[in-house]
Ligand binder design. Sequence first.
Ligand SMILES: [Fe+2]
Length: 344
Amino acid sequence: MSSGLSERDALSINMTTEVTATAWDSRLKTYASLKIQEVEKFTVVVITDNYYDSLSPDVHFARRYRTSPEASIHAEHGISFYVETTVDNRTYGMMFDFGLDPVGVIRNMELLNVDLSRTSAFALSHGHFDHWGSLVKILKHNKSKIKKNTPLYIGEETFLNRFSIRPSDNVPTDIGRLKKEEIEELDIVKIVEIQNPTEVIPGVYLTGNIDRVTEYEKGSPNLLIKRGDKLEQDFFQGEQAVICNVKNKGLAVIAGCAHAGIINTVKHAQKITGEKVHVVIGGFHLINAVPEIIEGTLADMEAIGPDYIIPAHCTGFEATTLFAQVMPEKFILNTAGTRYVFAG
Ligand SMILES: [Fe+2]
């Protein structure tokens, strides 16, 4: 709770006017220089993730999706969230990241009752295919439901071609690029690129470009970006995470992949809001990380002291089990299809 209004004033929060909901437009200016908007309720639906277990117990605020004949959740190497806020007894929805396989993700959306007619915004964490792979087909499939020109928020360099040097491989593999022209041809959403913290639906913010403050979260030399003719290490300068301030609880921080470093991401969320952290959810990208990075992350996460920690997606088995061992009271095992409800 360190910062006051003057620090927040200096944030130059990017209050875009592209949000379509009329009631919301009138709120934008109101919050431009105030503390981050609190929400009465924040719901996070994990549409897809790397792991699914129908028998995982419900714990705390987590409700699992139970399979039934011909109705199972699809898991994959990808992640996708639907989030919903309740502010002044009104609800607002947003989809954050879109998973990989459109058949599985669209099926999961149906099973989980994710209705895009209630969605006021879309947002993408970064330009890797396990986050945007299903995007175009989701938009096409839901064209009649999505309000025209609903914003799709992205960060810098989202559309550049990415490469990866995979384990046991020496040469970079082309892992593709999200094609801006394909999205524009659909004529459904309006692409909005941001660099600064931005409120995207009432009570839900994107981080803007994330400050790098830790010594050990330096990215991976195996992840590359093509700028012109050059392949360079990708530092994901435009990567975005989601922040929501739940009344009487604190911040919920959702990371897509946390290539910026999950500690950098959470510290950035704290810096721009001045709030304590209630829960951290998402991909922490600790798969294949050297022990020093995992140890540093665990130590710093303990120091930050969220009430709950929910590693998912690219966190990797080793780091996930270490979180479970080191902070067992805080740890929640994610499984695709889980609905988390945080209420003040
Ligand atoms: Fe990822």
